[in-house]
Design a protein around this ligand. Structure first.
Ligand code: FAD
Length: 339
C-alpha cells in the first residue's frame, strides 16, 4: 500500500495525530499491536477518571478514546489492529518501507511513532522449555474459541481475562481448571462469585498453585506440574494451557530502526517538529524525549499538532501551509464536513 502517513500506535496521541494530519488534508493509516484502540487509557485504566484534559473536567480512559474516535471520524483513518510494526527502513526514493507482523506492507512518505511505552505483549509463563508448545497447546490469547471446545483446559491467572475465559468455556470444554497462585483475584467480584458457584456445582475446578514444570508425550504437552501453597507438587493432565498473566509493554523492534534512543525513549531533534534523527520519522507522545518532556496526554496532543506541520512539506513539497482556525476557516469546515 502506498501512503502519505503511517501512525504507529493507536493510543490517545496516535488518534489525535490523525486529527492534526487530517486538518492539513493528510490521510493516515494507524497500526497497533493491540486488538483495540486507546493505548494505555484503554489497556490500563478504562474506567478511571482523568481530570487534566483541557476543557474536559472529567472523563474516563475509555470515554477519552471514544471521543477521539468521534473527533477523527471525518478523516476516515484506516486502522490495522492486532499487528506490530516490525520493519521500518528508508528507501532510495526517500520514502520508507514499513511492515507489520501480519505481513501488511506500506510504502510511506512519513511515519509518526506514537508507540507510548512500547507494544503491549502478554507476560509469558516462566517454565523452561514450555515455549515449544506455544501456538499449539500453550496460548496467551484466544483467537478462535471453538478450538478449545471439547478439550481439557487449564487456565492460569487471577484477572478478568482468566476469569472471563474460564466462565466462557464451562459447558463447552470437556473440563476447565482455573489455576491461580493465591485465593485473591483482581477480576470483577461478580465473575469470582460465579466461578465459586460453578466450582461448588462441580462444573469447574479452582486450584491454588503455580506451574513449575511439565511432562510431554509424543512431542505433545501431556501434563503440567503444579506446586500448591502447601509446597506439594501435583500433576495435572491437560490438552491446552491458557495463560493470562496480563500485558507488559516492550519497546521491541523500534529499537532496531536506527533512531536515536535515550533510556528506551526516542530523542527528537527539536521541539519545533518533533522529528527524530531520521528525516521523515516523527515521534510523539510518551515514546519521545526532549528537555522538559512531561508524559502527559495534553503534551502529546501539542506534539501531534506541530509534528503534522513538520511533516507537511514531505507530502506537499510545493504547497505553502498556513495555520487556520477551525472556528472560522471555510476550508477547514469543508474538510471537517461541517459546512
Ligand atoms: P500509549 O497510550 O502508550 O499508546 C501507544 C500504543 O502504541 C499502544 O496501544 C501500543 O500497543 C502501540 N504500539 C507500541 N509499539 C508498537 C508497534 N511496534 N507496533 C504497533 N503498535 C505499537 N496522563 C494524563 O495526561 N492524565 C492522567 O490523568 C493520566 N493518568 C494515567 C493513569 C495511569 C494508571 C497510567 C498508566 C497513565 C496515565 N496517564 C495520564 C499517562 C497517559 O496514559 C499517557 O501519557 C498516554 O497514554 C500516552 O499516549 P500515547 O498515545 O503516547 O501512548
Amino acid at each position: 500500500m502506498e501512503a502519505d502517513a503511517v501512525i504507529i500506535g493507536a493510543g490517545p496521541v496516535g488518534l489525535f495525530q490523525v486529527f492534526e494530519l487530517g486538518l492539513l488534508e493528510i490521510k493516515a493509516h494507524v497500526i497497533d499491536s493491540l486488538p483495540v484502540v486507546g493505548g494505555q487509557c484503554v489497556e490500563l485504566y478504562p474506567d478511571k477518571p482523568i481530570y487534566d484534559i483541557p476543557a474536559v473536567p472529567v472523563c474516563t480512559g475509555q470515554e477519552l478514546t471514544d471521543n477521539l474516535l468521534k473527533q477523527i471520524e471525518p478523516f476516515e483513518p484506516t486502522f490495522h489492529l492486532n499487528q506490530e510494526v516490525t520493519v521500518v527502513e528508508k528507501r532510495e526514493d526517500g520514502r520508507f518501507n514499513l511492515e507489520t507482523s501480519m505481513g501488511t506492507r506500506f510504502i510511506t512518505k512519513t511515519i509518526f511513532i506514537a508507540a507510548g511505552v512500547g507494544s503491549f505483549q502478554p507476560r509469558t509463563i516462566k517454565v523452561d522449555g514450555i515455549e515449544q508448545f506455544e501456538g499449539e497447546q500453550v496460548f496467551y490469547r484466544v483467537k478462535d474459541p471453538s478450538r478449545f471446545h471439547g478439550k481439557n483446559l487449564v487456565i492460569c491467572g487471577g484477572g478478568d481475562s482468566a476469569l472471563d475465559w474460564a466462565l466462557n468455556f464451562v459447558g463447552k470444554a470437556e473440563s476447565v481448571i482455573l489455576l491461580h497462585r493465591r485465593e485473591d483475584f483482581r477480576a470483577a467480584p461478580a465473575s469470582v462469585a460465579k466461578m465459586k458457584e460453578l466450582c461448588d456445582e462441580f462444573e469447574m475446578q479452582f486450584i491454588v498453585g503455580q506451574v513449575t514444570g511439565y511432562e510431554s508425550k509424543d512431542e505433545r504437552l501431556s501434563e503440567i506440574k503444579v506446586t500448591g501453597a502447601d509446597g506439594v507438587t501435583r500433576r495435572l493432565p491437560l490438552d491446552h494451557l491458557l495463560v493470562f498473566f496480563g500485558l507488559s509493554p516492550k519497546l521491541g523492534p523500534i529499537a532496531e530502526w536506527g533512531l536515536d534512543i535515550e533510556r528506551k525513549q526516542l530523542k527528537v531533534v527539536d521541539t519545533e517538529k518533533f522529528e527524530t534523527n531520521v528525516p521523515g520519522i516523527f515521534a510523539v507522545g510518551d515514546i519521545n524525549t526532549y528537555p522538559g518532556k512531561k508524559k502527559l496526554i495534553l503534551s502529546g496532543f501539542h506534539e501531534a499538532a506541530l509534528a503534522a506541520f513538520g511533516a507537511a512539506p514531505y507530502i506537499f513539497p510545493e504547497k505553502k501551509i498556513h495555520m487556520q482556525y477551525t472556528t472560522t476557516s471555510p476550508k477547514l469546515h469543508k474538510i471537517l464536513g461541517v459546512e
